[in-house]
Design a protein around this ligand. Sequence first.
Ligand SMILES: [Zn+2]
Length: 85
Amino acid sequence: MSEQCVFCGHKHLSSKTTRYIYQKDEQMLVVEHVPCLECTFCGEQYFDALVLEKIENDYQAITDQQRQPQRVMQVAVEDFAALSL
Ligand SMILES: [Zn+2]
């Protein structure tokens, strides 16, 4: 593979799947098993533009209620300044 990590310059990127979190306004869409290339040195992940477009379209379809997500998960939200540990 001729790809190179633009982050650290490492030359080996491996094909993986990962959890992608799409965020827009106060909404989030979590997509599991998204194909990506991951730098084996620094862990930076690269996504194909088509993959991201697909996720964005799906987010839009869910927002417009044309599609139901497979499941809905609850997310806890904190402000770092409020953390006591
Ligand atoms: Zn890298």
